[in-house]
Write a protein that binds this ligand. Structure first.
Ligand SMILES: [Zn+2]
Ligand SMILES: [Zn+2]
Length: 224
């Protein structure tokens, strides 16, 4: 029903088709029948604005994707905010196999060398023509790319061993993304800080984030 209002007609159609195959309680049956007929009068496609856009190759993806939450074109996984379930502008990447995590993190934290246009042109995150659509693997980056990354644009999720450390690059730095230090889920900064301040803990793992709480307290004290 929401889908119809928002223009997600294709998704709504699919939901109604599924509902038609079920045996709902009689009081819902009429609503479903009515909705199924109304949706036939609507355009067949979802509103483009609602379709998750891949931040690596720029493809708009269908709202219902049988291969899971990855881009149909380049197979890059979508990264969702765990509050709003919106797609975040993050592209996950991996480091070349011979780069240990410790070194990778140091390279990312290091000041990038002065940007020369030649290197900017070679940014592998922005090269669409060379996109290897068949591999299905994460983008792999070398030392030169790691050092050229701005540390504010990179999110490193250091999962405890034996899990692997995962790296994300924020393709739209204007959209701030925070990561919970406890559960490593990522959120829009505003969603996360609001939840921490209102509930006192992370919206996903309920872990406390002392940094934000403390930062907020001192701000308040300064106001007084
Ligand atoms: Zn893609
Ligand atoms: Zn958390």
């Amino acid at each position: 029903k929401q889908g119809k209002l928002l223009g997600a007609y294709k998704l709504a159609r699919h939901a109604f088709e599924k509902l038609q195959t079920m045996k709902p309680p009689a009081r819902f049956q009429q609503l479903i029948d009515l909705g199924s007929i109304q949706i036939r009068a609507k355009p067949f496609n979802d509103n483009e604005d609602l379709m998750p856009m891949c931040y690596r190759c720029g493809t708009s993806n269908p709202m219902l994707n049988n291969s899971g939450n990855i881009c149909l074109h380049c197979k890059t996984p979508f990264v969702f905010s765990y509050v709003s379930f919106e797609v975040l502008p993050l592209v996950e990447f991996a480091c070349d196999d011979d780069i240990p995590d410790k070194e990778a993190i140091e390279l990312i934290a290091a000041e990038p060398p002065l940007t020369d246009t030649e290197h900017a042109l070679k940014d592998p995150f922005k090269q669409r023509s060379h996109l290897d659509v068949t591999s299905g693997a994460l983008l792999k980056v070398n030392r030169a790319t790691l050092i050229s990354l701005n540390k504010t644009e990179v999110i490193v999720a250091e999962w405890p061993k034996p899990l692997k450390t995962r790296y994300y690059r924020n393709m739209i730095p204007e959209i701030s993304v925070s990561k919970c230090p406890n559960c490593h889920r990522v959120f829009h900064v505003d969603d996360y800080e609001l939840a921490v301040l209102q509930e006192g803990h992370c919206p996903f793992c309920r872990g406390k984030n002392e940094e934000i709480l403390r930062g907020h307290l001192t701000d308040e004290e300064l106001d007084i």
